[in-house]
Design a protein around this ligand. Structure first.
Ligand code: SAH
Length: 355
């Protein structure tokens, strides 16, 4: 059977080394062999667990945060409730359940999901039987209107470029072939004007990552929100400025080599929130980058956890306590994961965020 490695090696033989973003995109989204198009990555039996898969509390709190923000903006009669990369649909299901009692919110919300994987679209449809979502391949296709958007672990899946610092120039990492195997090579070093500001905080040999797709999408969200109102809540692992090689391949909850099992391992990279902010700033405002644990505490996760714990016993209670810890504790997802909100200039930030 032809594997993705065979296909990529053939392509490299014909066209020369692949750019890293093209390699990443093939591994994740190739229609026949891509990770998200063929695998079921979520949960204990999958490759990783995301916040909404850990506990219903994550989506409940985000839902109430969005609803409050919608009310603060005058409760527009019709708005787009959108999610980028909804995975199994759990987060949107929790958001909708938690906001059922908010007067007018469901009647005004049109649900739109941006998802390229048909396999995951099917799972999202079964998680959201009453929501009548509309699916899109890209953010470009969303209708116009006030936009309330969430993205959890979406930006980390977007293809990145990696540059290795030389003296004053940079060489770009490429995926080539050596001895019939995929091999990480690099272009000769050259000056790259849009990386010149990174000459100050790096030294020769350091790696800097760029994610053009992330900047482009963040800019587009900001433009829509500037025009029609709304808010976006972005959650991901990463920090204000990325430094070093953060590209990782994960399979069955373990790190594997970048070329070990293309299409069968999840590939992600840390999100550079500064790069998102730079793309947002010309159009809209962004919040301070906030650790996920702090944000969830501000929204009252502990009170919610205690209320839910009252009805739980034995193993279910243990799992619930562990999930609360995992979402908020500094040594778990509490600080590694960050959140940032986007609103129109002059609009109030959603609850839990500060300037
Ligand atoms: N938000 C979910 C899933 C995160 S996994 C959760 O928290 O559980 C990443 C999701 O983004 C998957 O649904 C994947 O198919 C989708 N995705 C990745 N790259 C994408 C792209 N370029 N366009 C649209 N969806 C993408």
């Amino acid at each position: 059977m032809t594997t993705l490695t065979d296909i990529l090696l053939q392509r490299i033989e014909m066209d020369g080394p692949l750019r890293l973003p093209d390699y990443m995109a093939e591994c994740l989204m190739n229609p026949q062999h891509g990770y998200y198009t063929t695998q079921n990555p979520f949960g204990a039996a999958g490759d990783f667990i995301t916040a909404p898969e850990l506990s219903q509390m994550f989506g409940e709190l985000l839902g109430l945060c969005l609803a409050q923000c919608w009310m603060d903006q005058g409760a527009p009669q019709r708005f787009i409730l959108a999610e980028l990369g909804p995975g199994r649909g759990t987060l949107m299901a929790d958001i909708l359940r938690a906001t059922k009692a908010v007067p007018g919110f469901h009647a005004a919300a049109e649900i739109h999901l941006v998802e390229t994987s048909t396999l995951l679209r099917e799972q999202q449809a079964s998680a959201l039987p009453d929501a009548l979502p509309t699916w899109h391949d890209s953010l470009d296709d969303l209708p116009e209107g006030p936009l309330f958007l969430i993205a959890n672990e979406f930006f980390d899946a977007l293809p990145i470029q990696q540059f290795e610092r030389a003296d004053t120039g940079w060489s770009e990492r490429r995926v080539g072939a050596k001895g019939g195997q995929l091999h990480l090579g690099r272009t000769p070093a050259q000056e790259i004007p849009h990386l010149s500001h990174r000459l100050q905080d790096t030294k020769p040999g350091d790696i800097v990552e760029l994610c053009p797709a992330a900047a482009q999408i963040a800019g587009q969200i900001a433009q829509r929100i500037a025009k029609h109102g709304g808010a976006a809540l972005i959650f991901d692992y990463g920090d204000w400025r990325s430094l070093g090689d953060t590209l990782q391949a994960l399979r069955h909850h373990e790190h594997v080599g970048l070329f070990e099992s293309p299409g069968q391992a999840d590939l992600t990279a840390h999100v550079d929130f500064e790069a998102l902010a730079m793309a947002i700033a010309p159009h809209a405002s962004y919040s301070r980058v906030t650790p996920q644990g702090l944000y969830l505490e501000r929204l009252g996760i502990t009170a919610r956890a205690q209320a839910l714990a009252k009805n739980l016993r034995g193993e279910a209670l243990n799992l619930h306590i562990a999930a609360h810890r995992r979402l908020t504790h500094p040594q778990e997802m509490g600080t590694l994961f960050k959140t940032m909100a986007i609103v129109a200039n002059g609009a109030a930030l959603p609850p839990g965020y500060e300037q």
